[in-house]
Each structure stands twice: as C-alpha cells, then as structure tokens.
Design a protein around this ligand. Structure first.
Ligand code: PEP
Ligand code: MG
Length: 608
C-alpha cells in the first residue's frame, strides 16, 4: 500500500509518468546542475571490442602498454592546456587530479601483472577494468565510487590509445544541439564534445560532488543524474528537455512539455534581464534600510560571477570545496596559490574565507575519516582543526601569505563553545607571529569571525559576540541541529519551516547579541538567498546576507520594493503571537501592502 501511494504520488526517484517506446516520458532524478536545455540525445556508450586476448610476448605487450600510457598522457596534457581549459582554474585542477589517477602505480602495476599472466595489453586492461567495476558495485561511499568511476574513464581512454579500432563504435552524431546521455562520465570526457553543440547532460549515475558536475557547472550546462533506467528509455536522436532546476528530463516531449520549455526559457530570459538591470543599484529598501548582499562561493568560477551579479563581496568562501577534488592534501604553497587567485578574482571586494569544514557530508579524500554513526555530529570542521592544529595553522599561514598586505577575513565553522573559538584564534595569532618573525608581509587588517550554527553556542552568544570580530549564521546547520532534522534528508528537510517563530526567535537573539557587542553579523545559509526569508532576516535586524550567485538578483528585487521597517513591526507582532502558518501570513501581508507581492513573483512563489 505504501509503495503504491509513493508511486502514484510520484515520490519514487527515477519513476516515469509514462513509459513506452516512442511515447513521451518524464523521468525524475537528482539535480546536479541547474538550468534548462533542449536537444537531441547523443549516446555516450563506449563499446570496446577486444580482438586478441592471449599474448605471445609479454615484454612486447608491456612495451605497448608503456607507449599507450605515454600517448594518453600527452593527449591529456594537451587537453589541460587547451583553450577551453583556460576559462577557470578548477577545470585544470580536476584534470590534474585525473592525470594523477592515470599515473597511479597500483593500477598500472595490476595491468602489467595481468600481461605477465599471459594476456594482451587490451585484455589485461579490460580485466582490471572489470575488477574496478565489480568493486564499484559494492561501494557505498559516494566519493570512493566517483574515484573508481574516474579509473573507468581513464581505462577507456587508455584502451583507445592501445588499439584505436577498439574505440566506441556506436556514437551517432545527431543533428543540431546535443544532450549527452551516459551511465557515468569523466570530467575529461565531457570536454571531448563540441562545446558549442553540447547543451545538457543526463546521467544514470552521478552526484553533485562528482568531478564532472564541477566541470559542467563551469561550462554552464544543466545536468540531471541518478536516473537508473535512462539508457533503456532513450534512443539516440530522441529529443530531450533537461530541466536541471527541477531535476527532470522529458524524453520525446509532447507539445505541452515543449511549450512549457519555451515559456520557462522566455521567463528566465526576462528575469535575467530584470536582475541584470539592477546589478549596479545598491540594495536599499524604499524606507531606507540598506543591505549588503554578498555571495557564497567555493570555486573560482563562482568568485568570477561576483561582478556579473553585482554582489558586494564573498560572505562565505567554502575552502573545503577545492580540497574535495584533490587526492592529496594541498600543501601551504598550493593553498596560497589558490587563495591568491580567489583574492585576485574578487578584485578588491571583500572575501570571507571559512577554514576547512571537512567531515560530515564533506569527506576529504586526503583526511582519514573513521566511519561514524552520525557524521554531521562527528569529527568535523573546527574539531578536526583543533585536534590536528597543523592543518589549521597551515591554512592560516596560506591565508596570511595570500592576503599579501590586504585585509584578511577568516571565519571558523561549527564553533560549539567560546573556548573553541578562542583556541582557533590563538592558532591564527601564532601564525601572525610566525609571519612577523620571518618578515612576511602582514595583512593590512585581520578579522576573525565565528559561524553560529550549533545551538549550544547560541546559548553563549553574548560572550561569543564579545570575542569574535564578526558573526555569521550558518542557518542550514543551525536549523538542522535545532530541529534534529537532517538538512539533506528528503523526508525531514522541509518538515520544519525556517520561518517557524521559534527559529526566528533564535535568529533575533543572535542579531541582538551582535548589535549589543557592536559586531557585524551575516546570515550565510540557504535561507538568506530566498526572497521572503531574506526580507524577514532584514526585518529581524540583519544587514548583511550571503547567498548563491543566482539569488542575488531576486533578493535585491525584493528588497528594493519592500518597506522593511513596516515589515519588522509585523514580524515582531507575529513572533509574539505565533500562529500555525507564519509563511502565509507574511506573504499575504506583503501582497496586501502591494509592495512586493504582485510585481515580485519571487516572493509569492513558495520558496520554502
Ligand atoms: C550553514 O550551515 O548554513 C552553512 C552556511 O555552511 P554549510 O552549508 O557549508 O554547512
Ligand atoms: Mg554549516
């Protein structure tokens, strides 16, 4: 019964509303990159044909393997250097990682072992590839699965260098624009396709942390993943609509889906034009409340969007994101280079670097994470930094060097007690001392902030506000911990509203503590990027919000058309006499005032 209910309610991931040959089908998967595109399906399904399995001379086969490896490295090198790669740093980084995989001694050793067991180089490679696949099937950890998928990608490339005739045979190039469909795809493979015609990507596997997702994002290609039966549903040449925003794919769309697509594209274009027109306008409400709208970033491509969307700075730079794509932990030089590039791209606008927030859902390949029953509550973020101070000190050293005489803003995640914040700050002081003694140019100014995202520290917020130079509310984690509801858990994530009076009460207390101590406070969780929530935060007294780049336009539009002081009085009243649905009352209030609502659909749309 439950299953029947889920299917009829469309709750089953990957469920199709209408299956069948040649008929339109809608498949729902997981959002990997937003945006919309239409094009014809191009199948990425390399089929390898091995003609010779048993070798006569293993030495000869071993030499063939070496020259194929050399040719592959040369080709990868060209790809890294190619013009397409020059766009942004991460492309390059991802491919460098990928190149390292291709030099993996263990992997090459296993291939050679199979050669000396009597196989041809192709058959040996195929055997190792089969082993990897078998291992992949049993691995739960998404990161390890992705690394194994990288080996698969590299194996296919190597096979093509070993015997070009074994190369994919069924790759039909459809007319016009392409939507690439694949079981999984490596970051380098996506770049093998003509970028002017590749408009979208649909994967049977894949996740938001996959390397290919990072490259797709840099190329601005919508991607939907986790569609288990995709290749059974789609024929090459079929028309596909990829709706990355809603994680859905229309296969052979009927006229209704096509017209929906056209309407959405037109609306997107109109919206973009509206937001672009606001880019250089300061975010000041009609009754004179000025807000600083900043951006969250984790990759250089994000930072590069700052000027384009008109953000005042980077309110949250998640330093762990670039670490996620590296197998080795970056040393001080590598980190310095990276942070220098971030500051150069920011071009004088302030950047708040958050120290490593590893652990939880962000397991770094270069740090040993023991299995934990509750990773979100486990050994993560500042806890790792304080237990292994060299990690935190190296990061701070790199930040000091990268600042190179400019102002430096650092904040620490998951602060649970005031003592922890103090300990983190003293590590930075040690690094400043070290820099001074070595005549390294010191930052012009240093501001050390604390993230407020653990309920315990809210109970000590007045003391924390006195010690920290600024506060930044991580509302994603704060909400998750306060309501004991996994932020990523499909069934519970939206169960408790962020506009719940209790949560607003907690946010008010934080804002008041910051004001009393005379310290700036920002909200950098997802809620800051939703127009209605952003207005409410402004009403609670927050004057700086940090959000994803695409949210800056909608939030600015909402601020420009709302009397925030009036809203503040109403919010105060609502919190004191809470009813069951604050969200609706707030929306109605804004619509009735005729301020925001009607001309600003962003606020009316249920953004919860
Ligand atoms: C948060 O918790 O709200 C936050 C901004 O940090 P992250 O999403 O990286 O955990
Ligand atoms: Mg957090």
């Amino acid at each position: 019964m439950v299953l029947a209910e889920m299917i009829s309610g469309g709750d089953m991931p990957g469920s199709a509303s209408n299956r069948g040959d040649g008929t339109p089908v809608r498949i729902v998967g997981t959002r990997i990159n937003g945006g919309m595109a239409i094009g014809r399906a191009r199948l990425h399904r390399p089929r390898i044909v091995i003609r010779r399995v048993v070798a006569e001379d293993p030495e000869d086969e071993s030499r063939r393997l070496d020259s194929a490896l050399a040719a592959m490295h040369e080709a990868l090198g060209r790809l890294v250097e190619s013009a397409a790669m020059a766009v942004a740093g991460e492309h390059r980084e991802v491919l460098e990682t990928y190149r390292m995989i291709a030099s993996d001694a263990g992997w090459i050793g296993r291939i050679r072992e199979a050669i000396f067991g009597g196989l041809t180089a192709e058959a040996a490679l195929q055997r190792v590839r089969d082993d990897t696949r078998a291992r992949m099937a049993g691995v739960e950890d998404p990161y390890i699965r992705e690394r194994l998928a990288d080996f698969e990608d590299v194996a296919l490339r190597l096979m093509q260098h070993l015997s070009p005739e074994s190369a994919p045979g069924d790759d039909v190039e459809p007319e016009g624009d392409w939507i690439l469909i694949a079981r999984s795809l490596g970051p380098a493979e996506i770049l093998d396709y003509d970028q002017t015609r590749l408009k979208g990507l649909v994967l049977e596997e894949g996740s938001a942390t996959a390397h290919v997702a990072i490259v797709a994002r840099a190329l601005d290609i919508p991607v939907v993943g986790r569609l288990p039966n995709l290749l059974g549903e789609v024929e090459p040449g079929d028309t596909l609509i990829v709706d990355g925003d809603h994680a859905q794919v229309f296969v052979r769309p009927g006229e209704d889906a096509r017209s929906l697509f056209r309407t959405s594209m037109a609306a997107r274009a109109a919206q973009r034009a509206r937001y672009a027109a606001l880019r250089d306008r300061p975010a000041v409400s009609p009754d004179g409340v000025a807000l600083s709208l900043q951006m969250n970033a984790g990759l250089l491509v994000d930072v590069a969007q700052m000027a384009e969307v008109g953000a005042d700075g980077i309110g949250l730079y998640r330093t762990e994101i670039p670490f996620l794509v590296r197998r080795e932990y970056p040393d001080v030089d590598a980190q310095t280079l990276l942070y220098r590039r971030v500051l150069a791209t920011a071009n004088g606008r302030p950047v708040t670097f958050r120290t490593l927030d590893a652990g939880g859902d962000k397991r770094l390949p270069s740090i040993v994470h023991e299995p934990e029953e509750n990773p979100a509550l486990g050994w993560r973020a500042l806890r790792i930094g304080l237990d292994v101070p060299s990690l935190l000190r190296q990061q701070m050293r790199a930040l000091i060097r990268a600042a190179d005489g400019r102002p430096l803003r650092v904040m620490v995640p998951m602060v649970t007690t005031v003592q922890e914040f103090r300990a983190a700050r003293s590590l930075l002081d040690l690094e400043l001392e070290r820099a001074r003694s070595r005549s390294v140019t010191l930052p012009q100014s240093v501001a050390v902030g604390a993230m407020v995202e653990v309920p315990a520290v809210v109970l000590a917020i007045e003391a924390l506000a006195r010690e920290a130079d600024f506060l930044s509310v991580g509302s994603n984690d704060l909400h998750q911990f306060l309501y004991a509801a996994d932020r990523g858990g499909e069934r519970v994530a939206t169960r408790y509203d962020t506009l719940d009076p209790l949560f607003l009460g907690v946010l008010t207390r934080i804002a008041q503590a910051a004001a009393a101590a005379g310290k700036p406070v920002t909200v950098c969780g997802e809620m800051a990027g939703r127009p209605l929530e952003a207005l409410v935060l402004a009403a609670l007294g927050y004057r700086a919000l940090s959000m994803s780049a695409i949210s800056v336009g909608p939030v600015k539009e909402a601020v420009l058309s709302t009397n925030i002081k009036q809203l503040a009085t109403y919010v105060e009243y609502l919190i004191k006499s809470p009813s069951s649905n604050l969200r609706n009352q707030l929306k109605n209030f804004l619509i009735e005032r005729g301020e925001t609502g009607r001309e600003n659909p962003a606020v009316i749309v249920d953004s919860h």
